[in-house]
Design a protein around this ligand. Structure first.
Ligand SMILES: *[C@@H]1O[C@H](CO)[C@@H](O)[C@H](O)[C@H]1NC(C)=O
Ligand SMILES: *[C@@H]1O[C@H](CO)[C@@H](O)[C@H](O)[C@H]1NC(C)=O
Ligand SMILES: *[C@@H]1O[C@H](CO)[C@@H](O)[C@H](O)[C@H]1NC(C)=O
Ligand SMILES: *[C@@H]1O[C@H](CO)[C@@H](O)[C@H](O)[C@H]1NC(C)=O
Ligand SMILES: *[C@@H]1O[C@H](CO)[C@@H](O)[C@H](O)[C@H]1NC(C)=O
Length: 315
């Protein structure tokens, strides 16, 4: 059923039952025209009721909205453009955008986001442009956040509280072209190494790369994170800490003891071999003379005689 052709009776019943929408009206103080609804700057404290179901472009920017209701948003199954810039949205949950899977453009910039749930964008496989900039209380992004946004081309992460990023989060973003990363307090420690290597090998466009710099550690303060890959690799890979020394010590000890045991075994073998040979030649001699006991006694006595101080000479 095409919703643009007018709501049917079943749908109306459903709508009244939900108490959510009336289908074709325009929200108070907004402008509606040709599948476009503009509610810019009208002091909205919450998501407006009565957004037409056929809406393709929805402008909610410059209001005081704190929360995006998944139920209402989910009714706009044709929505391709959603501008929520300059509001007070605090959280984006796994189900927030579950119904607006045609979304191409999503602007969440200049809000008060503290949390973006790991699967928030998992249905947005058509999303091309995502703006999360200017959310200073957003301190982390999960590595699955962008797992399914495989059409993403522009990603703006400027001016947030992000200190680090996991390069695994970017693995599926094969069409990504422009990535903004400036104005974040990047912590360039060894956990950050893989991401900085990704920045070097991915050939993305970073229009703001000179302003995307490390704030830690002291040696790298002010370095652009697009250039920090090699120094960081040097620091993290050649740097040895206590664990490494213990490991090396253990390896050294193993090699030493293996060597000792091997030398000892070789010595034993040599001695045994010599003994065996000597014994074999004695046996030969014995067989020649046919006097085993006598000859062995004689040899023993010879040895005793030849030893000084009466001690038998063994070697
Ligand atoms: C933004 O969120 C932070 C942390 O939750 C809170 O302390 C602050 O008051 C919020 N700011 C506004 C303008 O709501
Ligand atoms: C990605 O989308 C596909 C369908 O488009 C879905 O089956 C899969 O569960 C999604 N993955 C995640 C991590 O949400
Ligand atoms: C993202 O939003 C900020 C603030 O609203 C804006 O200045 C910036 O140009 C936007 N980024 C992109 C790529 O459009
Ligand atoms: C690096 O910094 C991040 C962000 O503060 C932290 O989560 C991580 O544990 C740190 N890693 C190391 C190896 O110190
Ligand atoms: C970098 O930051 C400075 C000062 O904040 C600003 O003047 C400049 O335009 C920024 N450059 C880019 C490329 O964003």
């Amino acid at each position: 059923m095409s919703l643009a052709s007018g709501p049917g009776p079943g749908w109306l019943l459903f709508s009244f039952g939900m108490g959510l929408v009336s289908g074709s009206k325009c929200p108070n103080n907004c402008q509606c025209q040709a599948q476009e609804v503009i509610c810019t700057g009208i002091q909205l404290a919450e998501y407006p009721p009565d957004v037409p179901l056929s809406t393709r472009r929805l402008y909610l920017n410059d209001n005081r909205i704190t929360f995006l209701p998944a139920m209402n948003l989910g009714l706009l199954s044709d929505l391709v453009y959603l501008d929520c810039r300059n509001n007070l949205i605090r959280e984006v949950m796994d189900y927030t955008f579950i119904g607006v899977f045609k979304l191409i453009y999503l602007d969440l910039s200049s809000n008060n986001l503290t949390l973006i749930s790991p699967y928030s964008f998992s249905m947005l496989s058509n999303l091309v442009q995502l703006n999360i900039s200017n959310n200073p209380h957003l301190f982390s992004l999960n590595k699955y956040t962008f797992a399914n946004t495989s059409s993403l081309r522009y990603l703006d992460l400027r001016n947030t509280g992000l200190q680090t990023l996991d390069n695994a989060a970017f693995q599926n973003l094969l069409t990504l072209q422009i990535l903004y990363l400036s104005g974040n307090p990047w912590k360039c420690n060894c956990s950050f190494l893989d991401f900085t290597i990704y920045l070097i090998v991915s050939h993305l466009n970073h229009p703001d790369d000179q302003n995307a710099t490390c704030v830690e550690p002291a040696e790298l303060v002010g370095w652009p994170i697009t250039q920090v890959g090699n120094p960081l690799r040097y620091m993290c890979i050649t740097h040895l800490d206590r664990q490494d020394y213990i490991f090396l010590l253990l390896i050294g000890f193993c090699i030493f003891s293996t060597g000792t045991v091997a030398a000892w075994l070789t010595g034993m073998c040599a001695v045994l071999y010599q003994n065996a040979r000597r014994k074999a030649s004695e046996d030969d001699a014995e067989e020649e003379h046919g006097q085993r006991v006598d000859s062995s006694r004689r040899i023993f006595q010879n040895r005793v005689d030849s030893g000084q101080d009466g001690f038998p000479q063994l070697i």
